[in-house]
Design a protein around this ligand. Structure first.
Ligand code: UDP
Length: 343
């Protein structure tokens, strides 16, 4: 999918964090992004690059109507539930929205002749398995999701792969590691409610909103005892989706690709990076391990480079924290400006 006359791309979940950044990247590359989102957790204010169609991913008729109305040629599929903890309490909901939703999308695509799909998958498909704490994870690694969330992402991949084989769909699943940061413009960024992710919580603690950060365990088998994660700037992640859309693959092909940097940062290193950027330490204490947290999740990103020609360009911890802090100083879709609240 190259050339100057770029088509319309449906971005399900495009009002959410990674979806909005991807819609921006598509728009900047000449595509016509059309966001399909029910705004259950996304923000209308995040839809700035292309039209918004309000709809539920499980509603096949609404999807087909959107394909026809906007002359959609490809889909990037983000819509779904993402909170790992909640997935252990409400697995039925996750299977309904993430798995039945993906099934409904695949049927609608097949019935409408839309033949290209990029799927938002996750490193959560791997779990810890029998891997050593410092080993990076290639795509062939054992799949042992440690949460219903991870299981729904793996089920989604399987369903898409089978659909590719059966109907000639072309699919790429991107297994993200830890998305973080914000668009450098400050226009879009992370605004989850409730917020459970390390970087926004560390920034909130450092900016003094009253809740010191709890580090979930410092007795892991890692260099400083805290968990290692592979943090990837959301703008780099967005660029990976465009690359996955454009890679030349035959009809019926399905590829799963890790999207990470290949380098792990510990929870302590993230906390220190935020403290460094703010010029004061982040108040924190150490608590118990969080259920289901593997000690280490770090990508082997070789296939992303080989297949997609993609490499991160702005994913040092310093760049991620810098852009995330800039976003924290913005109105954040009206859901709260931590820097302003503090002054
Ligand atoms: N973490 C933490 N305190 C928090 C939130 C997260 O210590 O308040 C740790 C968590 O245990 C994990 C890392 O930070 O090791 C990244 O967690 P996050 O929820 O941001 O992403 P995940 O790796 O779960 O996708």
């Amino acid at each position: 999918m190259t050339g100057t006359d770029k088509p319309a791309v449906l971005v399900t979940g495009g009002a959410g964090y990674i979806g909005a950044h991807t819609a921006k990247a598509l728009g900047e590359r000449g595509y016509r992004p059309v966001v399909f989102d029910n705004l259950s957790s996304g923000y209308e204010a995040a839809v700035r690059w292309g039209d918004l169609v309000r709809g539920d991913i499980r509603d096949g008729e609404a999807l087909k109507a959107a394909f026809a109305a906007h002359d959609i040629q490809a889909v990037i599929h983000f819509a779904g539930l993402i909170e790992v903890g909640r997935s252990t309490q409400r697995p039925d909901l996750f299977w309904d929205i993430n798995v039945s939703g993906t099934r409904s999308l695949l049927t609608a695509m097949q019935e409408s002749g839309v033949g290209r799909l990029v799927f938002s998958s996750s490193a959560a498909v791997y779990g810890q398995g029998g891997r050593g704490a410092l080993e990076t994870i290639p795509e062939e690694a054992a799949k042992a999701p440690s949460s219903p969330y991870g299981a729904t992402k793996l089920a989604g991949e399987w369903m898409i792969e089978a659909q590719c084989r059966a109907y000639g769909l072309t699919g790429v699943a991107l297994r993200y590691f830890n998305a973080a940061g914000a668009d450098p413009s400050g226009l879009i960024g992370e605004a989850h409610d409730p917020e459970t992710h390390l970087l926004p919580l560390a920034m909130a603690a450092g900016l003094g909103d009253g809740k010191p950060l709890t580090i979930f365990g410092d007795d892991f088998d890692t260099p400083d005892g805290t968990c290692l994660r592979d943090y990837i700037h959301v703008s780099d992640l967005a660029a990976a989706h465009v690359a996955a859309l454009e890679v030349e693959l035959p009809a019926g092909a399905f590829e799963a690709v890790n999207i990470g940097t290949g380098t792990g940062a510990s929870v302590r290193e993230v906390v220190e990076a935020v403290g460094h950027a703010l010029g004061r330490p982040v108040p924190h204490s150490t608590g118990a391990r969080r259920d289901g947290d593997p000690p280490s999740l770090v990508a082997n990103p070789a296939r992303a480079k080989d297949l997609l020609g993609w490499e991160p360009i702005c994913s040092t911890l310093e760049e991620i924290v810098r852009d995330a802090l800039r976003w924290e100083g913005q109105p954040r879709y009206g859901v709260g400006n931590r820097a302003a609240r503090q002054s």
